[in-house]
Design a binder for this molecule. Structure first.
Ligand code: NAD
Length: 470
């Protein structure tokens, strides 16, 4: 069976080279920026179920123009070194685009987490962490993993614990060795949903910008039909926020075993409960199920959000996709060739390195929180609350009217960590959108948002290399 990632690295490389053709970089620098610095392959054994099992994993460091390097760790049965290198390159581009001070890295373990019990997964994860630690591929100032497909805060908690055990004389900053941890282990409020939240901010930024075509001229999502592929961390949170807060109708959710549909809009919370209870979205009572049918993403919709894996839209199915807006919540869901086909059919594509950057942005906040050892807002929250109370009291005295009850609580609040995280994330997503749209306006020959985002990002990496004289 051909790996799912086949051609993914090639697509990223083609996008890189296409964007480079618009930049006048000194000789040799373009190649230096594109190349992946190193990929470490690890094979290790774990004694489980009365015998020895061998595992294979990878950690790629794409660029160290900025350190530490950062990127998720994926647990997937079809992972391979090429896929990890492509994802690491995207991390370099993403961090530069949103201006967080990390180089790009990525890791994977070739494993189907559904085949192992939590206790077994813990032992495998701890052994993997030991291997990464031995090679300097994990550490607060070196390389900082995060969750990705098949991993979450549970795996991050095991990793941070194993890292502390392996480095008992240096525990002060140890928590900053991974991000996406549970709150009790040094995590940050809002990290789990950060990527989905970022997807929402990306769509809002695009729709708000009068220079874009919006949704066929429309500037909001109210009543708009959304098809989602991949109902995991990113997909579920994006669907939840877009339907509950922005009025979108999520009419199709496609998963690896088929899709469900409801033209009125699927109730996202109830669908998630069903998936957690039964192990599948199929058979959900409020929808029609299409078992084994992978064509859900081809049904007509206003917005298509691929939030599963790379290469979901390719040469073969791109001509059957029927939508105004493709929002790349997954990494690399549209191949280089499919991108051209979609655009020739009138679709606008919001690129992955922008759309799904919310995860690394909030990971950056978490890393800073771990290194400063103080939760965001702790020093100012009560002082702000008191000041807001004083302002509200003054307004009431001056006007002789009570402060409006519906906005009173929000106004008086001093700013909890979750509010600050959300505000910081929104700010980054909005300002990054402006940088992408500005450059496309100034240089229309770039042609599309992906090339514009690559150009913004590569320019910044090139400046960093030139500044350090490499
Ligand atoms: P996840 O494991 O939580 O969810 C992925 C979902 O996709 C699963 O429900 C899986 O069953 C489904 N899926 C797999 N293959 C499929 C297929 N062929 N068709 C339909 N559904 C399929 O992973 P996630 O963290 O939500 O990541 C999803 C994507 O977002 C990946 O490309 C990942 O690299 C990217 N991403 C994740 C984060 C993050 O913070 N988790 C950040 C940035 C980018």
């Amino acid at each position: 069976m051909q790996a799912i990632s086949a051609g993914f690295l090639k697509s990223v490389d083609q996008n890189f080279r296409h964007a480079m053709s618009f930049l006048d970089l000194p000789e040799g620098l373009a190649e230096r920026i594109i190349q992946c610095n190193s990929t470490y392959t690890v094979r290790f054994g774990v004694r489980l179920r009365g015998r020895m099992y061998s595992f294979i994993g990878w950690r790629s460091v794409h660029s160290e123009h900025c350190e530490p390097v950062k990127g998720g760790i994926r647990y997937a049965p079809n992972a391979d070194a090429e896929e990890v290198e492509a994802l690491a390159a995207l991390m370099t581009l993403k961090c530069s685009l949103v201006d967080v001070p990390f180089g790009g890295s990525k890791g994977a373990l070739k494993i189907d987490p559904r085949e192992w019990t939590p206790q077994e997964l813990e032992r495998i994860t701890r052994r993997f962490t030991q291997e990464l630690n031995k090679r300097g591929l994990i550490g607060p100032g070196l390389n900082v993993p995060a969750p990705d497909v098949g991993t979450g805060e549970r795996e991050m908690a095991w990793m941070v614990d194993e890292f502390r055990r392996a480095n008992p004389t240096d525990v002060v900053n140890a928590r900053a060795c991974v991000t996406g941890k549970p709150l009790s282990k040094g995590g940050i409020a809002g990290r789990t949903e950060a990527t989905g939240r970022g997807v929402q901010f990306a769509i809002q930024s695009y729709l708000r910008d009068a220079r874009t075509t919006g949704l066929n001229g429309r500037r909001d999502l109210n009543g708009a039909s959304v098809t989602l592929q991949g109902f995991g961390n990113v997909g579920y949170h994006a669907a939840k926020f877009l339907s509950e807060e922005d009025g979108a109708r999520v009419t199709i959710v496609a998963e690896r075993d088929g899709y469900v549909t409801n033209p009125e809009g699927l109730p996202i919370e109830a669908l998630k409960e069903h998936q957690l209870r039964t192990g599948s979205i199929l058979g959900f009572a409020n929808a029609q199920s299409f078992a084994g049918d992978m064509t859900g993403i081809e049904e007509r919709c206003d917005v298509l959000i691929p939030a599963a894996m790379e290469n979901a839209i390719h040469l073969e199915n791109a001509g059957r996709i029927n939508t105004h807006l493709v929002v790349e919540a997954a990494n690399g869901p549209v191949t280089f060739e499919a991108d051209k086909i979609l655009r020739s059919r009138g679709a606008t594509i919001l690129p992955d390195l922008y759309v799904n950057a919310g995860g690394v942005v909030v990971s950056y906040f978490e890393w800073v929180k771990n290194l400063t050892h103080i939760p965001f807002g702790l020093m100012e929250r009560r002082r702000r609350e008191r000041r807001n109370h004083t302002i509200a009291a003054a307004l009431e005295r001056m006007t002789g009217k009570p402060f409006p009850a519906d906005i009173r609580d929000e106004f008086l609040e001093g700013g909890a960590e979750i509010d600050l995280v959300r505000s910081g994330l929104e700010d980054v997503m909005r300002s990054t959108w402006t940088r992408i749209a500005d450059i496309l306006e100034a240089q229309p020959e770039l042609g599309d948002y992906r090339t514009a985002a690559y150009v913004v990002s590569i320019r910044q990496i090139a400046d960093a290399y030139e500044a350090i004289g490499i």
